[in-house]
Design a protein around this ligand. Structure first.
Ligand code: HEC
Length: 126
């Protein structure tokens, strides 16, 4: 009986802390990234035309494909690109950079700890 209690407490604890991290990542993403990136591809042509950065849905599709759905590699890329963006590193179509310009480095507006949570959230959400 005791054993069952301890096991279910451990599972509950793990579930809660896992969920908390995801929520934190989601909130940080909304606060730090959605000023430019919408979460999903907009459904109207007007909204498509007023985008100022590629929607995260599309960004993550390219990131996941480029790293063959390797979560660790995707997280490393997102973290590096967000702080040190460059044309050479960009995975998205060159047309995207022509249209939106290169992403400005987010150094100073996001900490590496926050970025860890954001990148982790993105690889789970998309
Ligand atoms: C000031 C606007 C702006 C903000 C804020 C912003 N981005 Fe971007 N981001 C862009 C633009 C524009 C592009 C497309 C051009 C490029 O790839 O550099 C982009 C592209 C990207 C890419 C794809 C890079 C590639 O081409 O392969 C990733 C990944 C990314 N952003 C992550 C983030 C994350 C994570 C955050 C929040 C911490 C964030 N961005 C905040 C403007 C922004």
């Amino acid at each position: 009986m005791k054993k069952i209690f301890y096991t279910s407490s451990a599972v509950l604890f793990l579930t809660l802390s896992y969920g908390e991290n995801i929520d934190e990542g989601k909130i940080l993403f909304e606060n730090k990234c959605t000023a430019c990136h919408t979460a999903a591809r907009p459904s109207t042509p007007e909204a498509m035309n007023s985008l100022i950065a590629p929607p995260m849905q599309g960004v993550m599709l390219h990131v996941n494909m480029a790293f063959d759905y390797d979560k660790k590699a995707a997280i490393a890329f997102i973290k590096d690109y967000t702080l040190n963006p460059s044309k050479e590193k960009a995975l998205c179509m060159p047309l995207k950079i022509d249209r939106f310009g290169l992403m400005p480095s987010q150094k100073g507006s996001v900490t590496t700890e926050e970025l860890d949570k954001i990148a982790n959230y993105l690889t789970i959400a998309y």
